[in-house]
Design a protein around this ligand. Structure first.
Ligand SMILES: C[S@@+](CC[C@H](N)C(=O)[O-])C[C@H]1O[C@@H](n2cnc3c(N)ncnc32)[C@H](O)[C@@H]1O
Length: 333
């Protein structure tokens, strides 16, 4: 009762209702909310703090920005959801807010596209060295099968391509990346695909803001070769995997294209099956399937796919995280 009363009090104000209506359509930063609402930042931040304290919205720091989204569980989350359903779309203020929201999204997408096109040449070069992404994606879908996944984590999500592949399989998914520009692109892609239960978070894959056993699938697509310590990332992935949860790794087989190190910041020139298997075993996982997609005659890189299983024990080295994180990493520390 106390929670509900607190949430009712915190939501019973015109600007706060407008904020709830906006956040029902996706995450927004304070800066975006300030622009849409046409109010000063301190004022908007005050409203947001009140609603956070009442459990209606959650705060997601992302570098120097902070994003907000609706809480989707508990009494306050239920109230937030009910309120947003009751708010009528024909209200003139809400309509104006929505047209400003569309402008804010356009601006976000424009910045993301700018960053993407600046880096696209480098990515295209690497892509041209191995089998088509379509072939890799088909193989990933095959190896994953169609068993439903409750919560998937995609480490080093980049533009969110792997997250998009998980639609129809995963009920909820979170992409992790430490590059804000990449996350902006991923966010735009998820919004365009209408994947409301798929999110992205700014974090280092070597220190995931998730409790032990909080995901039943972890995907790591073309990330390991950038890391100083791939074994540590695999250990961290194993930590967050539930018993019987699966880890899917996609990366290059060993190669000798030094240019990828010099020009594209690859730390490692591919991985052998022996090396990956040893890391998986050390993390308490068992390799269940490996697939290698060889290059065509004019290409040089073999793409390898490894699928491992957490054979049923919770992992040692447990890490405590806050309650919001326990439910799927909503709050970053
Ligand atoms: C080559 S991209 C792959 C993106 C995506 N997985 C795909 O295959 O399309 C590698 C991504 O990993 C991210 N990344 C690299 N090291 C990371 C780390 N330690 N923590 C989080 N993200 C990282 C980069 O920012 C980049 O977006």
């Amino acid at each position: 009762m106390d929670n509900l009363l607190g949430a009712l009090r915190a939501s019973g104000e015109p600007t706060r209702l407008r904020i709830l209506a906006l956040l029902a359509q996706g995450e927004l930063s304070v800066k975006e909310l300030t622009r849409i609402l046409g109010q000063s930042q301190p004022r908007v931040s005050r409203h947001l703090k009140l609603m956070c304290d009442a459990g209606l919205v959650m705060r997601l720091p992302e570098g120097t920005s902070v994003f907000y989204r609706l809480v989707d569980e508990g009494v306050s989350g239920g109230l937030a959801c009910a309120i947003t359903k009751l708010l009528t779309r024909s209200d003139a203020t809400l309509q104006l807010d929505n047209s400003r929201l569309a402008e804010a999204r356009q601006e976000r997408n424009r910045l993301a596209a700018e960053y993407f096109s600046k880096n696209a040449a480098g990515w295209d070069r690497i892509r041209s060295l191995h089998v088509s992404e379509k072939a890799v994606e088909t193989a990933i879908r095959q190896i994953l099968g169609t068993s439903p996944v409750a919560h998937a984590l995609d480490l080093g999500t980049g533009t969110g391509r792997t997250l998009l592949l998980l639609q129809g399989i995963a009920e909820k998914a979170t992409g992790i990346d430490f590059n804000r520009e990449m996350l902006a692109i991923a966010r735009a892609n998820l919004e365009a695909a209408g994947l409301n239960d798929f999110r992205v978070r700014l974090a280092d894959v070597q220190n995931l803001p998730f409790a032990d056993c909080s995901a039943d699938l972890v995907t790591v697509h073309q990330l390991l070769h950038y890391l100083d310590n791939p074994a540590a990332a695999i250990r961290e992935a194993a930590r967050v995997l539930q018993p019987n949860g699966r880890l899917l790794i996609v990366d290059f087989a060993p190669h000798e294209i030094e240019q990828l190190r010099d020009v594209h910041a690859h730390r490692r020139l591919g991985f052998s099956e022996k090396e990956v298997t040893a890391w998986l075993q050390a993390a308490g996982l068992s390799l269940i399937e490996a697939l290698h997609l060889p290059p065509s005659p004019d290409q040089e890189l073999t793409v390898s796919i490894w699928l491992a299983l957490n054979p049923g024990r919770a992992h040692t080295g447990r890490r405590k995280v806050g309650p919001a994180e326990n439910s799927g990493g909503e709050q970053l520390t």
